[in-house]
Design a protein around this ligand. Structure first.
Ligand SMILES: [Zn+2]
Ligand SMILES: [Zn+2]
Ligand SMILES: [Zn+2]
Length: 159
């Protein structure tokens, strides 16, 4: 998958919004990766917010809130999501202005640049197709191996 952090970064925020960004910067920072949060989730107990991915990795490894709360009770951080949705970013690949929520979709399908298409093809589409092909080939291969074996046995029985 695409690492959205490569795109949702301070340097891609459009100039007109730099001041607004400065004023909300601390609120939208993930306490784990220290970058702009991607899909913010907050701890109901300590109210700290994190990227969904960062938090999932943390909880998976350490089984606690990163701020060391005892309860593991998290929910989507709607307030932070709303703040983030007000930010616009310049896509570093095609230089189009894309808002926070559109960025993932844009990278996956709407960005017109050759570089991104190639990148996405290499990472996702091609590897998916390759995977399916390998699967199909291996099934066919197995069948073609089995068939002669069965035929040989029945031949043996007849003889
Ligand atoms: Zn994070
Ligand atoms: Zn907590
Ligand atoms: Zn783009």
């Amino acid at each position: 998958m695409v690492d959205l952090h490569e795109y949702i970064i301070e340097e891609n925020i459009i100039n007109e919004q730099k001041q607004f960004y400065e004023s909300i910067k601390d609120l939208i920072q993930c306490l784990i990766c220290k970058e702009i949060m991607i899909k913010p989730v907050r701890c109901k107990n300590c109210q700290s917010s994190f990227c969904r991915n960062c938090l999932e990795n943390w909880v998976y490894q350490k089984n606690s809130c990163p701020i060391r709360c005892h309860d593991l009770d998290f929910q989507t951080d709607i307030v932070k999501s709303n703040l983030l949705s007000k930010l616009n970013f310049t896509c570093p690949e095609c230089y189009k202005v894309v808002n926070y929520e559109q960025m993932e979709m844009h990278i996956l399908s709407k960005c017109d640049t050759v570089e991104v298409k190639v990148k996405i093809n290499n990472k996702d589409l091609n590897s998916d197709k390759l995977f399916k092909k390998v699967n199909r080939t291996s099934i066919n291969y197995k069948k073609s191996l089995e068939q002669p074996a069965i035929k040989m046995r029945s031949n043996n029985k007849i003889i």
